[in-house]
Design a binder for this molecule. Structure first.
Ligand SMILES: *[C@@H]1O[C@H](CO)[C@@H](O)[C@H](O)[C@H]1NC(C)=O
Ligand SMILES: *[C@@H]1O[C@H](CO)[C@@H](O)[C@H](O)[C@H]1NC(C)=O
Ligand SMILES: *[C@@H]1O[C@H](CO)[C@@H](O)[C@H](O)[C@H]1NC(C)=O
Ligand SMILES: *[C@@H]1O[C@H](CO)[C@@H](O)[C@H](O)[C@H]1NC(C)=O
Length: 281
């Protein structure tokens, strides 16, 4: 009963807010297209809230730090595989209000393994690609759930020996590996850097052989060290159970246990996709 009355109180308050906002809403909708600077103003448009210079709030954390964005935002100077030029322009505005369109409508073009992204089994196995094991076939249950963020030793790539030394218990199914890549801010450098830290063949095999990890995250463009590019991918993707998330933004986050939430685009036929990942404390 107490909660019902609290609810009705807050409904009354909501109604009060709505009524207060109403006169503005009426004024704002009175011009043909209130977002245009040259829209007919009827002498009131200048006071319309929609026309006030909006404040852009960019955040890495939400809910007082409880939700942490571990996705890199897309930038033209983000590193691109084996390139010194970065990603380059990936966003255009073919229809713009300045050019007389009713709305701004942008277009984008992006390699599917750009920035924070996911690899599907078809990335390194031709027969999986042909069988349709694309990003739209990945298990959302693996991509969402309890996860461990761990720091790996900074002086090595992720070998079997390193994996063993981490003592990740059985039952842990999602691990984000933070490496020297984060300290070196490699994702913030335009030039692709081949000396990034990644898994070696035996490191990947050790993980598959000895742990229950099904979601493997890392903080640069590839899960595999550059000098050992193919075999770690094969070891991870062969059983079609492990999902690889690459180029995560793991700076300014404490190591520990979180709930991870990652969602890909539903790109059928694509062996990679941009992915949005967050951690919840
Ligand atoms: C809309 O297009 C104008 C250029 O015509 C541009 O200045 C403005 O930033 C665009 N707005 C958005 C949201 O892209
Ligand atoms: C407006 O249209 C012109 C001509 O088609 C084009 O060159 C220009 O880039 C457009 N501007 C924007 C902001 O889209
Ligand atoms: C990891 O391997 C790369 C080659 O793939 C190498 O350049 C780099 O120095 C290694 N990093 C460490 C910390 O050993
Ligand atoms: C993992 O298991 C496979 C198959 O049993 C074996 O060939 C490989 O040597 C193992 N690798 C490691 C690093 O444990």
């Amino acid at each position: 009963m107490a909660s019902a009355s609290a609810e009705s109180k807050s409904l009354t308050y909501l109604l009060f807010l709505l009524l207060r906002a109403l006169p503005f809403a009426v004024l704002c909708s009175s011009s043909a297209h209130p977002a245009y600077d040259d829209a007919p103003s009827f002498g009131v448009a200048a006071t319309c809230d929609a026309k006030a210079e909006p404040k852009v709030l960019r955040r890495e954390e939400y809910a007082g730090g409880r939700i942490i964005d571990i996705t890199h935002y897309y930038r033209a100077d983000m590193p691109s595989w084996e390139s010194d030029e970065g990603v380059g322009q990936f966003l255009w505005l073919p229809k713009s209000m300045k050019n007389g369109s009713l709305a701004n409508n942008s277009e984008m073009k992006l390699p599917s393994h750009t920035g924070t992204h996911v690899d599907a089994p078809g990335h390194f196995f031709q027969h999986y690609f042909e069988a349709g094991l694309d990003v739209d076939s990945l298990d959302l249950e693996v991509l969402n759930g309890p996860a461990l963020l761990v720091d790996v030793p900074r002086d090595k790539n992720i070998t079997a020996e390193v994996m063993e030394s981490l003592h990740i218990p059985r039952g842990v199914r999602r691990v984000l590996f933070r490496t020297l890549n984060t300290d070196r801010k490699l994702m913030w450098k335009k030039e692709f850097d081949t000396s990034y830290v990644g898994f070696t063949k035996d490191g990947a095999e050790w993980l598959v052989n000895n742990t229950d990890i099904k979601l493997v995250g890392i903080d640069y463009l590839s899960i595999a060290a550059y000098d050992d590019l193919v075999f770690p991918h094969l070891a991870f993707l062969e059983n079609r159970e492990v999902i690889l998330v690459e180029a995560l933004k793991l700076e300014n986050v404490e190591a520990g246990i979180y709930s991870v939430h990652c969602l890909t685009l539903r790109l059928r036929g694509a062996e990679g996709s941009p992915i949005r990942c967050i951690l919840i404390k």
